[in-house]
Write a protein that binds this ligand. Structure first.
Ligand code: NAP
Length: 299
């Protein structure tokens, strides 16, 4: 249980509601900032403004999936006014307090480093990334279905990258009956792709594998679907770029060639906020519990 542990939430979206529920279930003292527009009251959580006196008493600070933007603005869909995280806010946090977020921009990284406050980025963790790959693949499928006039079944689909998202994407497509080509750069991924009955190829040979595809799902977070690659893709193909912004596709050139290319960030929070929130809530509760025990042992 988290009895006596003060957890402060700063902004966020529907995913935060699941985390707040989990924290109150575990008996943490929960204060929420940026939820004043929420219709249904959150049982057991106190509402507050963003102020130093609150942050001074925090044991854990939970930020949205993307902590802040490059200027410190906090995304808060239930807030009536803008929330901004400042240097002073981080300066007043107790030194044992940890900041938790999905992924942080340099603004938040720099502030936490400057004030020696631990910053935990959940989406970096293998377990969270693997669980999140499920709603990501479902969201990508939804986009594919909405943007094509063919079935996934029987389609020639390509997945670039066979990491945590790529493998789930390829397996999901295969389960629906697509013929799945997977672009990898490591021999062990080539072998694993063969074992899964995908059609593997090396990324360096990408341009010679795209001429017959219907769908391309990119998970490689670097410019990979270049103008030269797009020049070899059939006009009917749809590119769904899952890599974090700005993606790995030359969108300008795709547009010029009349090929539909879509950047699809943040799918778990869009297509399955409840599941995505539960994934974060389960991980966060374990981390905060472990941290509280460790602190207890040190006292
Ligand atoms: P990951 O496990 O690290 O997988 C990335 C894959 O890209 C790996 O197979 C890696 O190969 C490959 N790769 C990286 N750089 C490469 C290069 N220069 N050439 C060839 N292959 C390269 O990451 P992930 O968790 O699957 O996430 C992938 C991307 O999707 C990230 O940008 C992440 O932020 C994003 N994402 C988006 C959503 C969404 O909703 N759109 C959801 C989750 C994640 P090696 O293994 O050989 O390094």
């Amino acid at each position: 249980m988290l009895t006596g542990v003060h957890v402060v939430f700063l902004g966020g979206d529907a995913r935060q509601l699941e985390i707040i529920r989990k924290m109150t279930e575990l008996d943490a003292t929960v204060t929420i900032v940026g939820f004043d527009q929420l219709q249904n009251p959150l049982q057991g959580a106190y509402r507050s403004d963003l102020k130093n006196e609150l942050l001074e008493k925090a044991d854990a600070l939970i930020m949205p999936a993307v902590g802040t933007d490059d200027e410190g603005a906090i995304s808060a869909i239930f807030a009536s006014s803008e929330l901004k995280l400042t240097d002073e806010h981080i300066a007043v946090l107790p030194k044992h307090c940890k900041i938790y977020t999905g992924m942080a921009k340099p603004y938040l990284r720099k502030l936490s480093l400057k004030h020696k406050i631990d910053l935990v980025e959940l989406f970096d963790r293998d377990d969270v990334a693997i669980y999140n790959s499920i709603p990501t693949a479902e969201g990508a499928l939804m986009m594919a279905i909405q943007n094509t006039d063919i079935t996934i079944h029987g389609s020639k689909s390509m997945v670039l990258g066979m990491g945590r998202t790529g493998l789930t994407m390829a397996r999901t497509l295969q389960a629906l009956g697509a013929k799945v080509k997977v672009g990898v750069r490591r021999e062990e991924h080539f072998a694993r792709a063969t074992e899964h009955c995908f059609e593997p190829f090396y990324i360096k040979d990408l341009s010679s594998h795209v001429s017959d595809i219907d769908l391309l799902f990119n998970t490689i977070p670097t410019m990979i679907v270049t103008a030269q690659i797009i020049a070899n893709i059939p006009n009917r193909a749809v590119i769904i770029d899952l890599a974090s912004s700005p993606g790995g596709t030359d969108f300008r050139f795709a547009d010029k060639r009349g090929i539909k290319a879509l950047l699809a960030p943040g799918l778990p929070g869009i297509v399955a906020p409840k599941t995505a929130g539960r994934i974060m809530a389960d991980c966060l509760s374990q981390l905060i519990l472990a941290d509280t025990r460790e602190r207890g042992n040190r006292v």
